[in-house]
Design a protein around this ligand. Sequence first.
Ligand SMILES: [Mg+2]
Length: 231
Amino acid sequence: MTEEKQHPWVILFDIDGTLLTVDRKFNRPLIRSILDDLGIDYPDMEKEGFSGRTDHDILTSFLLNHDFDEELYQKLKSEYLLRTDSEMNSGHVIRHSHIDEAISYFDKMGAYVGLLTGNYPSAAQAKLKVAGIEYDFKFGAFGEFDKDRNQLPLIALKEVEKNLNINPDPSRFVIIGDTPRDVECANYANMKCVAVTTGRFSKEELEPFNPNVIISDLSNPEEWFKKLTQA
Ligand SMILES: [Mg+2]
């Protein structure tokens, strides 16, 4: 019996906390000011952190005191995107070290390298641009329509199926992210997960979620990728 040829690895990078970090001193006041401008009476935004949540989830959570008003949500979303794009500059964003090393390692390997992020697509684009990350990611699974990050790997599977015209094998997908939610969504979809501690979570905090590998930054990708494929 001949073994069926495996498709290329699909590598999915998270953005916030993984490739870059947007300063909370920019992000929180921006959102507060938009909410105030729109007259939205919002619950305490520090109650639950933003880490690993989709933009759709974060923004709709501010509308809890307004039942659900689609028109208001769309206004909030478009103001958020407009002002993120126009007001964010390189002083608000830290570009993490070793990201080019990791991206180019997978690119040279012939992997299909994309994004899996809770961001709206244009927020993702704005952040990457400001951070000077110019790599042409092949595709993205974004948090535009879903509150639930666990849906993002399913979007990635559909995209790969469509773009490469293959029947995708989730065990050939690797999610690289910094939060328990990244690990959970990978496990939910039977994908592999590399957890990196460049975000707000430590090794000890990420470990209980069982990522395949935990690293402190994206340097030496050949080492941790080898560990991952042997895990
Ligand atoms: Mg993240």
